[in-house]
Write a protein that binds this ligand. Structure first.
Ligand SMILES: Nc1ncnc2c1ncn2[C@@H]1O[C@H](COP(=O)(O)OP(=O)(O)OP(=O)(O)O)[C@@H](O)[C@H]1O
Ligand SMILES: [Mg+2]
Length: 496
């Protein structure tokens, strides 16, 4: 067997020895290079590299063999080094091995006494290189696996959704931070605790469904209410490669906000339907009476019915436009046409629009201006302000019993113009007051039940006021009355 392209370095100060090695090795296919002392050998090794074998004499000028062995080993951990010496002694052998020599070839030697150890050395080197490659490969894969695991567990732990993994024996094997937030009992339990220790029967039932093998693997989804929140729980089986169920994973997503939205939407639709139904039924009745001829020849009654129909239709139109406005604000499509105007004029118009209703309830409706507020101007959208004023005055009339008093006042307050609408009506508790500006909120009690409304008025008012860089506040006492105060920035004073 010849050794093609295997490079051998011979370092010996005896020319005869160097040439002897060359003569034995080259016919076998080895590429032999040589140096006459340790220093020259080291330089050659550094310059040419990739020697598989180094045959090193011990006693040499400039740099001895022992030192050279150490230096070569530092440069290449795979090079197989043999010591060639006539002075074989056990201590030298031990020292040479300690420094990194692989074997010993005593001088003088026969061709076979050189070729055999060199061949062994090459095989050993090949094995060492292969072992190293395998070791590196394994380490790389271990690193990859560790990285993948860390990545997966980081992702799972960072998920806002709760993740819970259960084994076939219904023991907890994984729960992420999200899960511990949702079910604090999860955080105190150790891994391998039974699922039942979570004390969440709905979750337990869902996971049991998934783990049950009777029906084959199933995916179960259900809404579960926990501590005032609603979660959509999706549980699915964890399968072994052969399809057996080895556990289950449950993912809990907080859908509380979506549920609220859903409830609000349903409430909205049913309220709108209700509010639309009543006036429509009334108008239909009046028209039926007229069309069937029940009031033929009674023009006064006909006119009265038509006028009543108009009133109902007007209320309906107001409600629809309130809804359109709110939706427009919500979607950013509400346009305000600002102009410099006096608030008192708008308030007077709103009072005129509401006066009839106040008179119907024998309420006293008064208006006053303080601190020369009538001369103050604001930059605002007239239609929006009219909506704001009529809503506040309308509420005051609606939620004040017959014979009550409603006082509307406009006053200057520093850089702001203040509008207050005060009534001595039914009032509200602090808790109720907190919610009045929320959409669809209506106080439900004996006094409010007969009053029509969608609970949209004040939320529209608040949005419009905020669009004008203003603010609205409320003071209310049950049984004593309410005062809504809004302030708007002043644009100018007339005559200035
Ligand atoms: N002046 C007030 N006095 C007592 N309660 C009031 C007063 N104004 C508002 N509220 C309460 O706040 C709730 C919300 O008012 P809001 O104006 O938003 O709706 P609404 O009057 O019920 O219906 P809408 O104005 O859409 O016709 C009312 O249902 C009522 O319970
Ligand atoms: Mg209202």
């Amino acid at each position: 067997m010849t050794q093609e392209n295997v490079r051998v370095l011979v370092v010996d100060d005896e020319l005869g020895m160097r040439e002897g090695c060359r003569k034995i090795l080259e016919p076998e296919g080895y590429i032999v290079e040589s140096a006459e002392d340790g220093q020259a050998g080291l330089e050659l090794f550094q310059r040419r590299g990739d020697f598989a074998i180094a045959l090193v004499d011990l006693n040499m000028p400039r740099m001895g063999g022992m030192k050279l062995i150490g230096r070569l080993r530092e440069l290449d951990e795979d090079v197989v080094i043999f010591v060639i010496t006539a002075y074989a002694a056990i201590e030298t052998a031990v020292e040479a091995t300690r420094r990194g020599a692989y074997g010993y070839i005593p001088k003088p030697f026969t061709p076979d006494e050189l070729l055999l150890p060199v061949r062994n050395g090459i095989e050993r080197r090949a094995l060492a290189i292969e072992a190293k490659r395998l070791r590196e490969e394994r380490e790389r894969r271990l690193l990859e696996v560790a990285f993948e695991r860390t990545k997966a567990s980081t992702i799972i732990s960072c998920m806002t959704d709760g993740v819970l993994v259960i084994n076939r024996d219904k023991q907890i094997v994984l729960r992420n931070n999200g899960m511990m937030r949702i079910l604090p009992s999860c955080a105190t339990l150790s891994l391998s605790s039974p699922l039942s220790a979570l004390e969440c029967p709905e979750l337990e039932k869902l996971i049991e469904e998934v783990l049950s093998t009777d029906t084959g693997p199933v995916i179960a989804s259900r809404e579960v209410a926990l501590d005032r929140c609603v979660y959509m729980v999706n549980a699915s089986p964890v399968l072994e490669p052969n399809g057996d169920v080895m556990g289950a994973v449950a993912v809990l997503r907080d859908i509380t906000a979506l549920k609220k939205l859903d409830v609000a939407k349903s409430m909205f639709i049913s309220m709108v339907a209700h509010e639309v139904k009543n006036p429509l039924a009334a108008v239909e009745n009046y028209l039926t009476v007229i069309l069937k001829g029940y009031v033929d020849g009674e023009p006064e009654k006909q006119r009265d019915m038509l006028e009543r129909s108009m009133v109902r239709l007007n209320t309906l139109r107001t409600m629809v436009s309130e809804l359109i406005n709110l939706t427009a604000i919500e979607t950013g499509n509400f346009t305000v046409k600002r102009s410099v105007l006096g608030l008192t004029q708008v308030v007077t118009e709103a009072l005129d629009a509401c006066r009839e209703r106040a008179e119907g309830k024998k309420q006293e409706l008064s208006f006053s201006c303080a601190n020369g507020a009538e001369d103050v101007q604001i930059l605002a959208d007239r239609d929006s302000l009219f909506i704001v004023c009529t809503n506040l005055i309308d509420n005051a009339i609606k939620y004040t019993p017959e014979g009550g008093a409603i006082r509307v006042q406009v006053a200057q307050n520093g850089a702001f113009l203040k509008l207050s609408v005060e009534d001595n009506g039914i009032g509200m508790s602090d808790e109720e007051s907190e919610h009045v500006f929320e959409e669809f909120f209506r106080v439900k009690n004996r006094q409010t039940v007969k009053e029509p409304g969608t609970g949209l008025g004040l939320s529209l008012v608040k949005r419009l006021v905020e669009m004008h860089d203003g603010a609205i506040s409320l003071r209310s006492t049950p049984g004593a009355g309410s005062t809504f105060t809004l302030s708007l920035p002043i644009a100018a004073r007339m005559g200035m």
